[in-house]
Design a protein around this ligand. Sequence first.
Ligand code: SF4
Ligand code: SF4
Length: 86
Amino acid sequence: MRMETERTYLPVVNKVRCTGCGDCTIACPVDVDLKKQNEPTILIVTNGLCIVQTPEACDGCGNCVSACSQDAIHIELVGGTAEIKL
Ligand code: SF4
Ligand code: SF4
């Protein structure tokens, strides 16, 4: 039996590669909107490192990945169609 589960996207930061430059959150269209609304952004730079604070808001556009010169962020797909046994 196939079962649909909600697809979500999870930004993942490589803590060794990340320089904390902030280019990813500047390039993220969702973060731009969230900043305007004074809401917590998906990505935030703190203590020189990018932290993923609200991954549920990510729509998987990939702009952060393109913007990162250090190849320090990627997007993982969670959920989708799954095969289950009854
Ligand atoms: S753009 Fe890359 S290096 Fe810069 S803060 Fe984001 S993940 Fe880190
Ligand atoms: S994939 Fe798009 S929405 Fe998700 S964090 Fe990166 S830029 Fe923002």
